[in-house]
Each structure stands twice: as C-alpha cells, then as structure tokens.
Design a protein around this ligand. Structure first.
Ligand SMILES: [Zn+2]
Length: 151
C-alpha cells in the first residue's frame, strides 16, 4: 500500500452540464415527435414511440419505432429519426437536440443503443424526454458518460 501525501493524488471534478434549449423549440420538437409517433409500426409491443431532432442548420427530422417479428431487429424512433435525417440531408448531421415521446405518456428515455447513436452526431446534444413528473432536458454526456468515439 502506498501512502499518498495530503493534497496530492487524483481529484474528481463533477461537471454539471446545464445545457437546455428554449421552451419554444422544445415544444416544437415534442410536437414533431408526436406526429411521427402516429406512423409507428408497433404490432408486438403496442408501444408507439416518436422522436424528432433539431440540427445545427435549424432543420427538424423525425422518426418512429419500427418493430419486427424477430423483435431484435426493431429500430427505435430516435435512430429512425437520425437515419432519416442522413438519408434526406446527407452525412454532415449535427444534432442540437432530440425529443422522444410515447403514446402511453410514461417515462421513457432513449435506450443505450440510441444514446450512442445520438452521441455520434450530437456530442453536445440535449435530449428531451418524459420522466415521472416532467419533461426533462439532459445533456447526452449525462445519459452516456464517456461515449465511444473512433478518433
Ligand atoms: Zn433506442
């Protein structure tokens, strides 16, 4: 065991990220996500989800969950929105914020896979989702600490 003199060694700093987007933009994204949610293909879970993202170019793209009989091939609304944005506007996607809604009004934050995909195109993205009591805005780093990056 090695003794560490007082005042030396590792320190941990907790950084609180307070990034949020204006409520007007938030509401617009939530509304776009609700529209997309209506197109969800969810015959197995009966849990319709919609997502809408805002880009740094001020464009909005949306998506819904698309399930599959094999379950594992189901694509979440958040990833559908991101893939749709790239299909429509090209690979230079930079996400400012993304909102996710569901048709049962239950708490629902993005799954781990979606957090990683959001991080790929929005390392500073604000993620808007429903909790038990409120609409929460979290920085992607709060939801995915130390996200994977190939750089
Ligand atoms: Zn997901």
């Amino acid at each position: 065991m090695v003794d560490s003199p007082a005042g030396r060694g590792c320190s941990t700093f907790i950084v609180t990220v307070t990034t949020t987007i204006p409520s007007e933009q938030r509401d617009k994204l939530i509304q776009a996500a609700r529209v997309a949610m209506q197109n969800a293909y969810a015959p197995y879970s009966h849990f319709k989800v919609g997502a809408a993202l805002l880009t740094t170019k001020n464009e909005i793209f949306s998506g819904c969950n698309v399930e599959n009989a094999s379950y594992g091939l189901t694509n979440c609304a958040e990833r559908t929105a991101i893939f749709s944005a790239i299909a429509n506007a090209g690979p230079d996607l930079a996400i400012t914020a993304i909102a996710v809604v569901n048709d049962q009004n239950v708490p629902c934050s993005p799954c781990g896979a979606c957090r990683q995909v959001i991080y790929e195109f929005g390392p500073d993205a604000v993620v808007i989702f429903q909790t038990a009591n409120e609409w929460k805005q979290s920085h992607i780093n709060e939801l995915l600490p130390e996200g994977f990056r190939l750089q």
